[in-house]
Design a binder for this molecule. Structure first.
Ligand SMILES: [Mn+2]
Length: 328
C-alpha cells in the first residue's frame, strides 16, 4: 500500500514560524484548487497565522462560484510589506498562478501539490505525485502539525478529492490508503452522499436543453469511432454561454460504445471554427498533437484549437490525421 512521504521538518517550522501567509491557487480554479486554498488557510489560522486567500480567477465553474467572496484578486501592498509566507497549492508550474507570479517576487514560497510534471520551483515544496488530490496532501499537513480537523475542514478535503477523482471513479487497485483517509473524513462527519448530490446537481434547465440540441446534431464518423458535433450560433440565440454543457457533452459522447475521439466544432463566423477535442482513456489517438498541427494545443486526452479554414477542408484534414492513429 502507498504511504505519503514524511514532511520535512523545515516545512513544518516554516509554517509554524510564520505570522502572515498568502495562499494562492491556479487560474481558472477547480474544486481541488479552491478547497486546497481554503483548508490550507484554515490550517494556518488555527496556528494563529494571519491568512489571505488570493486567486486570479475566473470563478466560472458552478461548484466553486459560491466561494469567490473569500478570495482577493491581488496581493495587497500592505500585506506584502509584512513579508508573508506564500503557499501555492495545486500548481505544477509558476505560470499557473497567472499575473500573480509578478506579485510574489522576493517572498518565500512553499509549494503543496500532486502534479507529476512541471519544473520544480519554490523555496520549499511538498509534492506527492501519487496523491489523488492536493487536499489529501494538506490533510497530511494537518496530521504532521497535529491540528484537529473539524467537520467543515474534512468537507473541504473530501470535496477536493471528489473533484479530482470523478467522485472516486479514477482510483485503481492497491490504493487502500486513500480509502483509509476517506474513512477518517467520513468519521469526522463528511457525507459522501451529500457531496455527490451537490456536485451532480445545480444545473440549469437551459443547460440540459442545450445538451439535448447538441446531442441531436451529433454524427458518427469513421465507423462510429469518432463523434462529431457542430454548433451553429443561430441555434443558441436564446442561451447564454454559461449554459453550454461542454463537460457533460464530452462525457456522454465518449460513453458511446467504440467511440475513441470527440470533435466539437463551434462556428465562430465565416470560415472560423473553435474545435474541442477529447480522446477516450484507452484510445491511441493523441488529440493534443492533432490540435497542435492546426495551431492549437492541449494534452493527449483533451485539447482545443481555433482555426480559419473552409469547413469541408478542415474536417477532412482532421479526420485523415485521426484515421492514421486510430487503433482497431
Ligand atoms: Mn488537483
Amino acid at each position: 500500500m502507498f504511504t505519503y512521504p514524511e514532511i520535512e521538518p523545515k516545512i513544518l517550522s516554516a509554517i509554524h514560524d510564520s505570522t502572515v501567509a498568502v495562499v494562492i491557487g491556479h487560474i481558472s480554479p477547480d474544486g481541488d484548487c479552491i478547497h486546497s486554498q481554503i483548508s490550507m488557510g484554515k490550517l494556518l489560522q488555527s496556528l494563529s497565522v494571519e491568512v489571505h486567500l488570493v486567486n486570479a480567477g475566473p470563478f466560472t465553474r458552478k461548484e466553486i462560484r459560491q466561494y469567490e467572496p473569500l478570495f482577493s484578486a491581488h496581493i495587497d501592498a500592505q500585506v506584502k510589506a509584512k513579508d508573508p509566507l506564500v503557499v501555492m497549492v495545486d500548481c505544477s508550474t509558476l505560470d499557473r498562478i497567472g499575473y500573480l507570479a509578478d506579485e510574489i517576487g522576493g517572498l518565500r514560497t512553499l509549494v503543496v501539490d500532486h502534479h507529476a510534471s512541471g519544473a520544480r520551483f519554490g523555496d520549499l515544496s511538498y509534492i506527492v505525485p501519487k496523491s489523488f488530490s492536493t487536499t489529501l496532501c494538506i490533510m497530511q499537513l494537518y496530521k504532521a502539525l497535529d491540528v484537529k480537523m473539524t467537520n467543515e475542514i474534512a468537507d473541504h478535503i473530501f470535496f477536493g478529492l471528489a473533484t479530482d477523482t470523478g467522485f472516486l471513479r479514477f482510483i485503481g487497485p492497491y490504493r487502500g490508503e486513500t480509502f483509509n483517509l476517506i474513512g477518517e473524513l467520513v468519521e469526522t462527519g463528511v457525507s459522501p452522499n451529500e457531496v455527490f448530490n451537490e456536485m451532480d446537481g445545480g444545473h440549469s434547465l437551459a443547460s440540459r436543453k442545450y445538451l439535448g440540441i447538441l446531442l441531436a446534431s451529433t454524427v458518427p464518423l469513421l465507423e462510429d469511432r469518432v463523434m462529431m458535433c457542430i454548433e451553429e450560433p443561430d441555434q443558441f440565440k436564446d442561451f447564454s454561454p454559461a449554459d453550454r454543457p461542454s463537460d457533460t457533452l464530452y462525457a456522454q459522447l465518449l460513453g458511446i460504445e467504440g467511440t475513441q475521439v470527440v470533435l466539437y466544432f463551434k462556428h465562430i463566423e465565416g470560415d472560423t471554427w473553435e474545435i474541442g477535442f477529447r480522446a477516450s482513456h484507452d484510445s491511441t489517438v493523441d488529440v493534443g498533437k492533432i490540435a497542435a498541427s492546426v495551431g492549437g494545443g492541449g494534452h493527449r486526452k483533451a485539447a482545443g484549437a481555433t482555426v480559419t479554414m473552409p469547413f469541408d477542408a478542415l474536417k477532412k484534414n482532421l479526420l485523415d490525421m485521426i484515421a492514421e492513429s486510430l487503433s482497431d
